[in-house]
Design a protein around this ligand. Structure first.
Ligand code: G3H
Ligand code: ZN
Length: 286
């Protein structure tokens, strides 16, 4: 199966009452660890790349790694998505360079400016057959280059979403509902009433960010209430590092990076299977 956009994936997810897992990738082992889980569990998946990942691993390497995953996992649909695109130029470069989906994150800008920037990306993306995730409302925490203090975060206002979606033409929408990026410093809480109110206001697929560390029950409830894409980054890094470090702690004389890296990959595969089971996307690849 070739790389796909998320359009059909999201429609099927809403019909089937499940959500799509979106996992951040930075290197070969993380791509392999995730896609091995998806291939084994027959689950559709979104592999997403942040600005920081592109700076670290190089755009072309990442695209080729994901193309390799597509070739070795022929039974599952895979989307290659730009996560938190900071500006039009970054989105354009990913659209021109083989991504099937981009996120423009202008959520820190005033409402009218967010609409203007998002609209420009949507026009270019749609002309090239690429879908666009936008963001309204602001999440606290740190996600690579995106850093927001708790006092600057905000829930998405349900009364704003219809106008935003209509004026931008975005194909999916990331919403602020209480989650934050990175490691939680207090108990995570999804404000389910906001998820419901937004789902009642618009038909556009809704995206949950900052999901690492959020209890599975809260995420499953948010999916019931209308979330259709669920983003994980931090806990993949933690899983990989845990496997790698555990191997090195037991084998301090090891100088072959394949051995600890394999343990990191194994941890990722296990974690992704657990998350996809919770999202109810196991067996949903078609
Ligand atoms: O955009 C990526 C996600 O929102 C991941 O957030 O690192 O808290 O899982 P997380
Ligand atoms: Zn995010």
């Amino acid at each position: 199966m070739a790389l796909v956009t998320s359009k059909e994936m999201f429609a099927k997810a809403y019909d089937g009452g499940y959500a799509i897992g979106a996992f951040n990738v930075n290197n070969m082992e993380i791509v392999q660890g995730i896609t091995e889980a998806c291939q084994e569990e027959h689950a559709p998946v979104i592999l997403q790349v942040s600005k920081g990942a592109r700076a670290y691993a190089n755009h072309t390497y990442l695209v080729k790694l994901v193309e390799a995953a597509v070739a070795t996992c022929p039974d599952i649909p895979i989307v290659l998505h730009l996560d938190h695109g900071p500006d039009f130029e970054t989105c354009k470069s990913c659209i021109d360079g083989g991504f099937t989906s981009v996120m423009i994150d202008a959520s820190s800008k005033p409402f009218a400016e967010n609409i203007e920037i998002t609209r420009k990306v949507v026009e270019y993306a749609h002309d090239h057959g690429v879908v666009v995730e936008a963001e309204l409302g602001t999440l606290a925490g740190i996600e690579d280059d995106v850093k927001v203090k708790a006092e600057d975060s905000s829930y998405t206002r349900p009364e704003d979403v219809q106008e935003f979606v209509e004026r931008t033409g975005c194909t999916s929408l990331a919403i602020g509902v209480g989650t934050s990026h990175g490691v939680y410093t207090s108990d995570p809480h999804i404000e389910q009433s906001v998820v419901k109110a937004i789902r009642d206001a618009v038909d556009v697929p809704l995206v949950l960010h900052g999901t690492s560390g959020v209890p599975d029950e809260q995420v499953a409830e948010a999916v019931k209430n209308g979330i259709c894409k669920v983003n994980y980054a931090t806990e993949l890094r933690q899983a990989y590092t845990k496997g790698f470090m555990a191997y090195m702690a037991e084998n301090p004389a090891c100088f072959d990076p394949k051995k600890p890296a394999k343990e990191g990959m194994r941890e990722i595969t296990e974690l992704v299977k657990i998350r996809m089971t919770n999202l109810n996307s196991v067996g949903k690849a078609e």
